[in-house]
Design a binder for this molecule. Structure first.
Ligand code: 16G
Length: 256
């Protein structure tokens, strides 16, 4: 990874104007990101380099980098410095859209790395969530979900096989679960119960998503139901908090 030079730094700062210096630096870097001169994964100049080339204090340089990070355009990692990331994707949790469909709608290229595809016997909370008997066959998928080459989420899906015989033979390295359920089994989703939680990344998650140790994850657990009230899937999707945020439109109601 190459360090990018700040383009003609001294000429671009207006040191006598009203616009704070940190803001000018932040905007100059943002312009390089938005015009593609700096790409996702590229290193940004360090606080020290910025301070030196713009002839500003390190505090000013730090503020510029801090603002880019809090807007989701950059991330600092020990040993790697500060590098360009993508602003957070907004996940509308009211939409029962699958990952593949969601990424395509955003003009991004979805892909998956299959971590596990196993058939197991239902027990404990899964029997309640999926409304199946103990020992009933469940297809469990664990996938690393990727968009435009960037790892986005780790998902575990549990699907009761008694309603979808043969589903376990699908190659989920390339197939969309929701597409197969819709096209092959005629499934229509009606509603879902979702729980959102924040928690630190496990060691495996930080490795797979290439994110800092203990980074904050946005976890969405959901049970999605068919129109005939039969559970389709009990899933848990774990997104890196710096790449995702959840949004919702609250329907008309009274203010209490
Ligand atoms: C979404 C779902 C996940 C489902 C997946 C199917 C959430 C929080 N999670 O990521 O439960 O398994 O889509 O995606 O919405 P696919 O159709 O691309 O396989």
């Amino acid at each position: 990874m190459e360090k990018n030079d700040v383009q003609s730094p001294l000429s671009s700062l207006d040191k006598d104007g009203f616009i704070p210096l940190y803001y000018q630096i932040q905007q100059a870097l943002l312009e390089q990101i938005q015009t593609g001169k700096l790409l996702v994964g590229d290193c940004l100049p360090s606080e020290y380099e910025l301070a030196r080339s713009y002839r500003v204090s390190r505090m000013t340089a730090r503020q510029a980098l801090h603002n880019l990070k809090s807007r989701g355009y950059a991330l600092s990692q020990k040993g790697r410095g500060t590098y360009v990331t993508r602003p957070k994707l907004e996940k509308n949790i009211m939409h029962l859209r699958g990952f593949t469909e969601d990424m395509k709608q955003r003009g991004m290229m979805p892909s998956s790395r299959l971590l596990a595809q196993t058939v197991l016997s239902a027990k404990g909370v899964l029997t309640e969530q999926l409304r199946v008997e103990e020992g009933s066959a469940i297809l469990q998928l664990r996938r690393l979900r990727i968009a435009d080459g960037l790892p986005m989420a780790i998902e575990e899906s549990n699907i009761p096989l008694k309603h979808y015989p043969g589903l376990e033979r699908t190659d989920f390295t390339s197939e969309s679960l929701y597409k197969v359920l819709r096209n092959k089994y005629g499934v229509r989703a009606a509603w879902a119960d979702e729980v959102l939680e924040a928690s630190p990344a496990t060691h495996e998650e930080s490795e797979l998503l290439s994110i800092p140790k203990n980074a904050i994850m946005l976890s969405i657990s959901r049970v999605i139901m068919r129109t005939d009230e039969i559970p389709i899937e009990a899933a848990c999707s774990r997104y890196f908090g710096n790449r995702y945020r959840a949004s919702i439109r609250v329907p008309t109601t009274t203010i209490e």
